[in-house]
Design a protein around this ligand. Structure first.
Ligand SMILES: [Zn+2]
Length: 363
């Protein structure tokens, strides 16, 4: 790779600064007009249901979100986002934004080895976690061979990312990676939060699955039944693993370093409680992209590991008891109820984004 390309890769993930933003404005206005035009046409025929999106048409909430992603991220253009043909999952964030998803289904004549759920952008200020998932989708779009059945959601927390000043938390001020059901959630998340001196960036919420984004994720796990979950974060530069042993020792330049689990985290909930392997990819920088070489080495190592190590029998067996495990974790709520209103959330008083990050406390 020539030097210039590498340089571009490495700086590309910074969100576009304001002076660059203005450069994009004229192009964006032009594009937005075109988008509006087509959106109007779509609107005239009524709301585009997810089924149609799955048939290859792009729904307007997806067009709208891709436009915002293209404006926000240096490494994903509007066109690149639209070209991924993401679908409207039907789920909405606190502020009503779509959670986009793409299904890479089994192909004729080939039984997939396993089902894989790949997610990015759980924390809205970890820009590279969204962009790297987009890059991997680009690879999948070309090379999907039916070896695995993939579900990919590059941006779980659209409200966190898609605002002027991106933030880790969702629009209720909740850390989605502390809002998943785990044993004695109320006691343990409170204790943990107290230990962080009530760091607003670690606020777990009022109840497990109080947030629409975490409800979507949990329901997606329950219905898709992935044999492994890959969740991309930043900026600690390690690989973490939870669930039936053992995880990959390395993916590209990231090496396994078991961090331990937090109450309310995805690794604890899906990995430990439901016995679904959770690979947490912690990129080294939130605002700087890995090189193209690293992006592809991580991908190849991941696929090689998935091929050899999934599905794990313990995961397959554990799915038979999924709802029972949920009942134990959330005795007051028998099954995930998508229509249940979110519990009122008391927001912490401190500023949301000025807290220093203590080492490895932010997975
Ligand atoms: Zn994170």
């Amino acid at each position: 790779m020539y030097k210039g390309a590498m340089f571009r890769d490495k700086v590309a993930e910074r969100p576009r600064p304001d002076h660059l933003q203005s450069l994009f404005t004229s192009a964006s206005v032009c594009f937005a007009v075109c988008i509006l035009f087509s959106a109007t046409a779509v609107a005239a025929s009524g709301f585009l249901p997810a089924r149609q999106a799955m048939a290859g048409e792009t729904s307007d909430p997806v067009i709208e979100q891709c436009t915002r992603i293209g404006h926000k991220l240096g490494s994903v253009t509007i066109r690149q986002c639209l070209d991924r043909k993401l679908e409207d999952s039907g789920a909405r964030s606190v502020n009503g934004q779509v959670i986009m998803m793409k299904d890479y289904p089994p192909l004729p004549g080939r039984e997939p080895i396993s089902r894989v759920l790949l997610i990015g952008g759980t924390h809205g200020d970890e820009y590279a976690s969204v962009s790297v998932v987009f890059k991997w989708m680009q690879t999948l779009d070309i090379y999907h061979s039916g070896m695995f059945h993939w579900h990919v959601a590059p941006l779980v927390n659209p409200d966190g990312l898609l605002q002027r000043r991106s933030q880790r938390l969702n629009a209720h001020g909740v850390d989605l990676n502390r809002n998943m059901p785990t044993p004695e959630w109320h006691e343990k998340t409170r204790k943990y939060w107290d230990k962080t001196r009530k760091d607003p960036r670690r606020y777990p919420g009022e109840a497990p699955l109080s947030e629409p984004e975490s409800r979507w994720l949990y329901e997606e796990i329950r219905s898709f039944k992935p044999h492994v979950i890959v969740s991309v974060h930043a900026p600690y530069g390690v690989l973490d693993f939870d669930g039936p042993p053992a995880g990959p020792r390395k993916l590209g330049y990231l090496h396994l370093q078991l961090i331990g689990t937090y109450p309310g985290s995805l690794g604890n909930s899906a990995g430990i409680q439901h016995q679904i392997p959770v690979i947490t990819v912690e990129l080294p920088h939130a605002g700087i992209m890995p090189s193209r070489g690293q992006i592809s080495r991580m991908w190849m190592d991941m696929v090689a590991w998935l091929r050899e190590n999934t599905p794990k029998q313990r995961t397959v067996d554990a799915y038979a008891a999924f709802d029972e495990t949920t009942r134990k974790l959330m005795p007051s709520r028998a099954i995930v109820d998508e229509t249940a209103p979110a519990s009122p959330v008391a927001k912490p008083k401190q500023l949301l984004s000025s807290e220093p990050r203590s080492h490895l406390s932010g997975l």
